[in-house]
Design a protein around this ligand. Structure first.
Ligand SMILES: [Zn+2]
Length: 506
């Protein structure tokens, strides 16, 4: 018999054909992995799990379109970093940069990835586009896929050819991210994907848009042959001094590669011509307000009226090593920072704006239905409707932070008042992953067909946390042996950074 869950008496957030969100008092029946009914007075069949949702808001699961899920062991390191410092190790003086990936073992990656995916589920993210910059060996990428399968999250796993650190002293990077084994692994993963009953699909994450046309054409066509539907690439124009001239959207367009399969992360500082190309090709952008505002990427593009690309923008977390994985937090930060930017010129001219800029509904849509459109899955996820996949988040509408707000305007309550502590229940693909405010135990055996390493088994969150703390300590010891002065010079060389343009004042 197909498993069924009845969410009874909640306030269900549904989208109409114009993307307006309506709060409807209804029961919601899940059968298998699908939303079967949304209506009043549904009677449970024998065996149906009934969950009382009186005083609860039922929202579509959040969609995070850019995240490096493996980075859990690095959390807390980048709090005061610019983008260059984040790349590190230590462009300036904090020797704790992102090349630390290269000292992760496959087992470290497994646990880091699992921790990242579970943090997403805990805060109500049900689908993630994972820019998995861990391809130090095929085993590293496979460990990450296995962890993703174990966690229960829905994912586009962006297999990511990289140039890892080959040597710390002298500092050298692996020179060929597209070596034969890398392409063989892409083919192999393609032949096995999707993983986890279809939840984890294979994508491609690649940051070499500056490479010659024939390299990109060949790679993208190999990826598509392997079944890849989404290709994601970082695009932060001008934030690295050596890359000010690189225009990735224009470049992919001129190579004939810009289409609806392309998902840019950030898109910072694109110009209106590129925005027009993006819209015409139906490519999409993932905006990650926390890292973009902190690290100097530039103003987030989603609500910039001069670009007009809001319909093609969605939200991502980027680095949970730097900030929380909560998509509602990013909705809030984006909305309020865009309002601040909009308001200032009025004030500078001694006037006040007559109305507020953008709405909570527009912010909510970036983290739900727009995310689904970015990955071509809006017919299956991103909103609550009969026949769609059962990816849902249940909020406590009577918590100290939500109460009264949730009853007056549930969308405002989610965007402006909620915290991850208000997320009571999370369902992905019809399976409950959080209940009563607590993550359910993960099935460590899931994903073994992809990678069989690590100390696996069914684990409660507390045990996962202990494992993460232990591995973080071990990693810290390995990092302690690195010559950071040498590594710093190496990063500057690798990124062709013109030091004259890295300044503390203008
Ligand atoms: Zn990123």
């Amino acid at each position: 018999m197909v498993a069924s869950i009845l969410l009874q008496g909640g306030t269900v957030l549904t989208h109409d054909e114009h993307d307006h969100v309506h709060a409807v008092k209804a029961d919601l029946l899940i059968e298998g992995n699908l939303i079967k009914k949304v209506e009043s007075g549904i009677k449970p069949s024998p065996g149906t799990q009934v969950v009382d949702c009186t005083d609860k808001i039922i929202s579509p699961g959040f969609i995070d379109t850019h995240h490096h899920l493996w980075q859990t062991l690095l959390k807390g390191r980048h709090a005061n970093h610019t983008l260059l410092e984040y790349f590190g190790p230590g462009y300036f003086d904090d020797p704790l940069g992102n090349f630390a990936a290269s000292v992760h073992s496959p087992t470290d990656i497994f646990w880091g990835e699992l921790g990242g995916a579970l943090e997403c589920l805990d805060v109500g993210t049900t689908t993630v586009v994972d820019h998995a910059s861990v391809n130090i060996s095929a085993e590293h990428s496979k460990a990450a896929i296995a962890a993703t399968v174990s966690s229960g999250i829905r994912s586009i796993f962006g297999y990511c050819p990289i140039a890892p650190v080959e040597n710390w002293k002298p500092f050298t990077l692996g020179q060929n991210p597209l070596a034969e084994w890398v392409m063989k692994t892409l083919e192999e993963l393609g032949s096995k994907a999707p993983f986890g009953n279809g939840r984890v699909q294979l994508g491609l994450a690649f940051d070499g848009t500056y490479l010659p046309k024939e390299v990109l054409v060949n790679l993208f066509s190999k990826a598509k042959e392997a079944g890849v539907k989404i290709i994601t690439t970082h695009y932060v124009r001008a934030a690295v001094p050596s890359q000010a001239q690189l225009k990735a959207i224009e470049t992919l367009h001129s190579h004939g590669l810009l289409d609806s399969s392309i998902l840019f992360s950030h898109g910072s500082n694109m110009d209106p011509d590129e925005a027009a190309l993006l819209l015409k090709a139906n490519s999409h952008v993932s905006v990650t307000p926390s890292t973009e505002l902190q690290m100097g990427h530039g103003e987030p593009v989603a609500f910039q009226s001069k670009l007009g690309i809001q319909s093609h923008c969605s939200l991502g977390i980027d680095c949970h090593s730097n900030n929380s994985a909560s998509i509602p937090s990013e909705m809030r930060l984006l909305l309020q920072s865009a309002r601040g930017t909009y308001n200032q010129p009025f004030l500078d001219q001694g006037k006040v704006p007559a109305s507020v800029y953008k709405s909570v509904e527009e912010a909510f849509n970036l983290g739900t239905i727009n995310g689904a459109r970015a990955i071509g899955m809006d017919d299956r996820i991103g909103s609550i409707a009969v026949g769609k996949l059962a990816d849902l988040v249940v909020f406590d509408a009577s918590s100290p932070s939500m109460v009264c707000g949730a009853q007056h305007d549930p969308v405002a309550a989610v965007v402006l008042h909620s915290s991850p502590g208000d997320v009571e229940m999370v369902v992905v693909d019809g399976v409950v992953r959080k209940l009563g405010g607590r993550l359910v135990a993960v099935d460590g055996a899931a994903g073994r067909e992809v990678w069989d390493g690590g100390e696996r088994g069914s684990r409660e969150w507390g045990e996962v946390a202990k494992m993460l703390v232990g591995r973080r300590e071990a990693l810290q010891e390995s990092l302690g042996g690195i010559d950071y002065e040498e590594a710093k010079a190496g990063v500057i060389r690798a990124f062709h950074v013109d030091g004259d343009n890295v300044v503390d004042s203008l």
